[in-house]
Design a binder for this molecule. Structure first.
Ligand code: ATP
Length: 420
């Protein structure tokens, strides 16, 4: 029989005291209720790898909501959100949080559909998971606190740096695991275990059974990785990216542009609003529309993608070194800022890029000082004329022909004189 591994001291060393105390309290409350409690998933994997992960996922054999209710009374602060349909709960206190779920098993009526779920044991709960390295648990019940449960070879796979599914039908049941597998492989610099790789290739067409909403979620997760381009490069190599859209490319160009996006956004990571239009940069308008509608992108994000593609069509004009600032302004204004930035990164022409940068840094903030009311006071009758004069003033300001209110007034008076 294999020796029980106890990770209590690793937990103590790696996790903040607040979370350690919470898990101990949770174990005690669960035991008092006659329930067994486990820490599961990514945090267990990362504890073994020595990586920081503060996302506590707890699984209880019994009733997660009953446990969460008593637990919040015991810690005497924070709030609890419950989902009775799934028998899950989230606890949030002092900036910390923990997810509690009831152990469950899953069966898939048809590939790609959401599974039917029923309450179950920790063994089955672990078996429904995506990869062996994510299918380990740590017991939190007093008396067994810290004991590692690894029924499917997760620790061995961690040691050999392998991403392995738990059973042959895993990708058929849920093809989003294909994206997840690439994400873990690239994040951790692991490798897909050979049989898993074979099955992944076999089941890649199953990605077509996945809803746009679920694919969008996986894409969002990828874009939150430190180096998302690595996942797209691998996805291209394995024919996975083509399932999302035939014209998307994971290549050196993308890697370079994502890197520039990070430099530009530093110290924050780039948001999906910037990464996504770069990923979709080479799509045609029609292809872009198909992607937007498949992924059911939220309105604002869809608009950014549309803006980015339509601004791309103006890049030829923006590459003219002789352009006046006002012309630059009129070519770019009205597009959403992330679409503009995406074009500055993704476009090929250094001149166009300089012009976009000028717009972003300066031109977009330029406004005439005179207002409609000022013009009325100068004797111009209310009506379309005022709008036109304001537009011309704006243009003069952009091109540096006037630089003060006084000069603007002089210019307007000149125009009025001419038209009288
Ligand atoms: P990460 O693993 O990316 O560091 P995480 O642990 O928060 O973050 P989640 O996406 O929240 O990852 O998933 C939590 C756990 O749920 C995973 O470790 C995995 O065991 C399981 N899981 C999530 N999605 C799936 C899926 N599609 N199929 C099977 N198991 C899944």
């Amino acid at each position: 029989m294999s020796k029980t591994i106890n990770l209590a001291s690793k937990i103590e060393k790696q996790l903040p005291a607040e979370l350690v105390n919470f898990m101990q309290a949770a174990g005690e409350v669960a035991a008092a209720q006659g329930q067994k409690l486990y820490l599961v998933g990514g945090v267990v994997r990362d504890l073994l790898l020595g990586r920081t992960n503060l996302d506590l996922d707890l699984v209880v054999e019994g009733n997660a909501i009953a446990l969460a209710r008593q637990l919040i009374t015991k810690i005497n602060r924070g709030k609890i959100t419950t989902h009775p349909r799934f028998n899950t709960a989230k606890l949030q206190w002092d900036g910390w949080s923990a997810d509690l779920a009831t152990a469950r098993s899953e069966t898939y009526a048809k590939p790609g559909a959401l599974p039917s779920v029923e309450p179950s044991s920790i063994d089955k709960d672990l078996f429904r998971r995506d990869f062996t390295i994510n299918a380990m648990a740590i017991r939190l019940t007093p008396g067994h606190y810290g004991e590692l449960i690894e029924l499917y070879g997760g620790r061995d796979d961690l040691e050999h740096r392998l991403i392995r599914i738990l059973h042959e039908k895993s990708f058929t049941d849920d093809a989003t695991r294909i994206w997840r597998g690439l994400r873990y492989e690239q994040r951790l610099s692991f490798q897909l275990e050979p049989d898993t790789l074979k099955l992944l290739k076999r089941d890649t067409p199953r990605l077509d059974t996945i809803s746009g909403d679920r694919t969008r979620y996986e894409l969002e997760c990828i874009l939150q990785e430190e180096l998302p381009e690595k996942v797209f490069l691998r996805a291209e190599e394995l024919g996975v990216l083509a399932r999302l859209h035939l014209s998307l490319r994971g290549n050196g160009w993308l890697a370079e542009k994502f890197k520039q996006a990070r430099q530009l956004s530093s110290p924050n990571p780039p948001p999906a609003e910037l990464y996504l239009p770069i990923l979709a940069y080479h799509l045609t308008i029609e292809e872009n529309e198909r992607l937007i509608s498949y992924l059911r992108l939220p309105k604002a994000l869809a608009q950014i993608l549309r803006d980015s593609i339509s601004l791309k069509a103006s890049l030829g004009s923006l590459a003219d070194p002789e352009l006046t600032p006002s012309r630059i302004y009129y070519l770019i204004h009205g597009y959403s800022p992330p679409a503009i930035t995406a074009n500055s990164i993704a476009g090929d022409s250094p001149v166009a890029r300089r012009h976009i940068q000028l717009f972003l840094d300066k031109l977009r903030y330029v406004k005439p000082t005179l207002t409609g009311n000022d013009l009325k006071r100068m004797g111009i009758a209310p009506g379309p004329r005022i709008k036109e004069i304001l537009r011309q003033l704006h243009e003069a300001r952009l091109d540096g022909k006037v630089t003060s209110k006084k000069e603007e007034m002089g210019l307007v008076e000149g125009w009025l004189g001419k038209s009288n």
